[in-house]
Design a binder for this molecule. Structure first.
Ligand SMILES: *Cc1c(COP(=O)(O)O)cnc(C)c1O
Length: 388
């Protein structure tokens, strides 16, 4: 069976985790700050806050930007549900911006048009969460310009995009955003088992996220609002959570981070091979990577044009029937029953729904071979020539 994605672990990774098991600290030890330091250096951001998932990172990122009841948060219609749920955790309202068909990313023209209307109706968002879909950075320069013009904050959901670059700078530098979050789930670019991280250049935002990930508790004497009662003393200053990453996870993440550029280079090479193999088939259209972007290629997504809904489904079933786990990332978030219960209806984002009828994710991970890729393309194109 060829899965759509999988982790690549080696003996260094196993040794790093074993060393933690033999140490004094399973959690709240030295590995977490070491992992944070490594990622902040790799990305060129001042602060990095490790947590137990990207979902948690999105939640505390929203809270650190003071998202609460009465606020609006906008995200991309095509993403994993966590990109939207984080706003609801804070009691805010979520809304969706349509995508660009050829990249799968939030469409900046749709964003601008929606902002113009929102300004007139006094419903501007407090935060916009662009998602670097499949590993390709969004048009962040334009989003930052709109953020300045309309007064919203920006959280990049870069769950797919650690190791990617935008205008020559690493995603995570927060050059065009307030906060950038990563996921270290095993299907993502590097893994810590489960895990996430929030990066920022703003020290007050970083500190708030550090407090929120651990119950809102501080042990820093200088932060107490009264004199310390003694060496045991700490204060809860906010309503936080237990979103901490363990040292086991951080050791794995740190070890994996040394291989980040190697993994991303390999993913780009595999993507190029797919593009070459698919080039003769003009109805199979891989997502396009823009000139100022270097994708981390978390996913290799193609759009199949001219297929009916039934044939599109049959195509993914056909791949699976041949032990190739084709996938579909993602159903437009607002079409989930939970979101339809909140009042969203089919037809809300036209491009997102067109995309959902065309997209297929082909397997992509560093261990995939050229031979397997040729086989995948063969199975796919056989289906397309037979079943129309
Ligand atoms: C994977 C993913 C998340 C959530 O990541 P976890 O670490 O599993 O919580 C959020 N957003 C996007 C776009 C993702 O792909």
């Amino acid at each position: 069976m060829i899965p759509y994605g999988k982790q690549q672990l080696d003996s260094d990774d196993i040794a790093a985790v074993t060393a933690v098991l033999q140490s004094a600290w399973l959690t709240q030890g030295p590995q977490v700050p070491a992992f944070e330091q490594a990622i902040s250096v790799l990305c060129g951001a001042k602060h990095a806050v490790a947590v137990n998932s990207a979902t948690s990172a999105l939640h505390i990122a929203c809270l650190a930007l003071d998202v609460g009841p009465g606020d609006l948060v906008w995200t991309s219609a095509i993403s994993f549900v966590a990109s939207a749920n984080c706003a609801l955790y804070c009691g805010a309202t979520v809304d969706f911006v349509d995508i660009e068909l050829n990249t799968g990313n939030m469409c900046v023209n749709a964003l601008e048009a929606k902002l113009l209307i929102a300004k007139k109706t006094n419903t501007l968002p407090k935060v916009v969460i662009p998602v670097h879909f499949a590993g390709q950075p969004c048009n962040m320069a334009k989003i930052a310009q709109l953020a300045a013009e309309y007064g919203f904050k920006v959280i990049e959901d870069a769950s797919h995009a650690i190791g990617a670059q935008y205008q020559g700078k690493a995603v995570g530098s927060c050059h065009y955003a307030d906060i950038c979050i990563f996921s270290f789930h095993p299907v993502k670019i590097i893994t810590s088992g489960e895990g996430g991280m929030a990066l920022t250049n703003q020290s007050d935002v970083a500190r708030k996220m550090q407090l929120l990930r651990s119950h809102g508790i501080t042990s820093e004497t200088t932060e107490f609002n009264e004199e310390s009662h003694g060496p045991w003393y700490y204060q809860q200053q906010l309503l936080g959570f237990n979103y901490r990453m363990t040292d086991l996870q951080a050791a794995l993440g740190l070890s994996q981070s040394h291989k980040l550029s190697q993994f991303v280079t390999k993913r780009n090479k595999l993507a190029q091979q797919y593009q070459k193999l698919l080039a003769p088939f003009n109805r199979i259209m891989p997502l396009q990577v823009q000139a100022d972007c270097y994708s981390s290629y978390h996913l290799f997504v193609v759009r199949l044009t001219g297929l009916s809904k039934t044939h599109h489904k049959a195509c993914i079933e056909h791949l699976r029937g041949k032990d190739i786990i084709g996938h579909l990332h993602y159903i437009p978030i607002y079409l989930h029953p939970f979101y339809q219960q909140q009042g969203f209806q089919p037809g809300y984002c036209e491009q997102a729904e067109r995309y959902y009828q065309q997209a297929v994710t082909l397997p992509l991970y560093p261990g995939l071979t050229l031979k397997q890729q040729s086989h995948i393309v063969q199975v796919l194109t056989d289906f397309l020539s037979n079943d129309l």
